[in-house]
Design a protein around this ligand. Structure first.
Ligand code: NAP
Length: 350
């Protein structure tokens, strides 16, 4: 906890992925004092993507790292402050309708918050996964792919992440063995076409990994065919797991409503169950997980935060059942004004 007095901002954005950075650009350009709490590197999952081909304006594609860096510089240019932290431990509502965000670095206060904590790779929990982290088990081909030049690797999963990252690994590895639990991929068609056309990509269908093998480093993966129950061992030097994602919302338990999978519940205007607190990006109950979508949500959230600061009227209640704390006179004493439904419109401002 910081000993110096907390600085108060109009807007605090927790997370520096595409939604957070877009909101930071809009808010700081709108002359709101804005701080972005960045954990790790700017860009979140996007920054770990080698080549982004479906973000408009870059016909030759752009690396996720570069796109993240450009967004960050654009936000800073308009005055947004980027505060590097390791973690937010909690968020405390204050009596003056602000929130204190408690971090391992500086604590900051803000009048409105945007929660964009993003997601992290889901772990499989199979034997060997935890033991061989950094010794053959990875969730980041962009980070570790070059270590597998001339080697054999396994990729677990059949979604966009698995197949895109598998194709990236194929630039280095002699062969990339995709182990997928069904007999068709979930990844986008164009990605599938590229994977099937790449002679280094091999597919082991209807199979799940049971155990990652090795002594000092990974030497193979044992897997099972879910249709025949047959067991087999694939000798590989690396195992990259892409079996889905989990939201980074542990620190939000009890602060805003989450769905049973831990995703932040929002209404269509990105309001959470806490007054003046908005959420966007992959960690909320979003329709799709795409950078272009996250960008749009970042813009929408920024406009909603600006409107909230103008009126201090809370746009909640949300469309899901929210248990109100029992209070004398039935008044909601959360920060901001009473839990009034205001029809905020989604007019775009530039
Ligand atoms: P995902 O779409 O949820 O795919 C996870 C994959 O892992 C699926 O193929 C799933 O199999 C498999 N799987 C899940 N649990 C498993 C288990 N316990 N054991 C074995 N396999 C398991 O996750 P993702 O690929 O990380 O993508 C997350 C989101 O980001 C998606 O919406 C995706 O479209 C998006 N994304 C987009 C891009 C892009 O647009 N370029 C790039 C990356 C990610 P089933 O198919 O049988 O369910």
């Amino acid at each position: 906890m910081s000993l110096s007095p907390e600085r108060t901002f109009d807007v605090a954005i927790i997370g520096a992925g595409p939604a957070g950075m877009t909101a930071a650009i809009y808010c700081s350009r709108g002359r709101l004092s804005t701080v972005v709490l960045e954990r790790g590197i700017a860009g979140g999952q996007m920054a770990l993507t080698e080549l982004i081909e479906n973000f408009p304006g870059f016909p030759d594609g752009i690396s996720g790292f570069e796109l993240a860096d450009r967004m960050k510089r654009q936000a800073q240019q308009f005055g947004a402050e980027i505060l590097e932290i390791t973690a937010v431990s909690t968020i405390r509502p204050e009596a003056d309708a602000t929130y204190t965000v408690v971090t391992d670095q500086e604590n900051v206060r803000a009048r409105t918050l945007l929660l964009v904590p993003g997601v992290e790779a889901r772990k499989s929990g199979i034997p060997g996964e935890a033991e061989f982290i950094g010794r053959g088990v990875s969730w980041c081909a962009t980070c570790d792919g070059a270590l597998y030049k001339g080697k054999q690797v396994a990729v677990i999963g059949g979604g966009d992440s698995a197949i895109e990252e598998g194709l990236f690994l194929a630039k280095f590895a002699d062969a990339v063995h995709v182990i997928h639990r069904r007999d068709e991929l979930r990844a986008a068609r164009i990605t599938q076409e590229r994977a099937f056309a790449n002679p280094k990509m091999r597919f082991i269908w209807d199979s799940v990994p049971l155990r990652i093998l090795g002594e000092n480093a990974v030497t193979g993966v044992e897997y099972q065919n879910v249709k025949t129950q047959e067991l087999a061992t694939l000798p590989v030097n690396g195992v990259f797991l892409y079996i889905g994602q989990l939201p980074n919302t542990g620190f939000l338990q009890g602060f805003v409503d989450l769905d049973p999978n831990g995703y932040i519940l929002t209404n269509e205007l990105l309001c959470t169950s806490a007054c003046g607190v908005f959420a966007a990006g992959d960690a909320h109950t979003t329709a799709i997980k795409q950078i272009a979508w996250a960008i749009g949500e970042g813009a929408l959230a920024a406009i909603q935060m600006e409107k909230y600061l103008d009126s201090l009227e809370c746009a909640t209640p949300a469309p899901w059942p929210v248990e109100q704390p029992a209070q004398a006179g039935g008044k909601d004493q959360r920060p901001g004004k009473a839990n009034k439904t205001s029809q905020l419109n989604t007019d775009s401002t530039t």
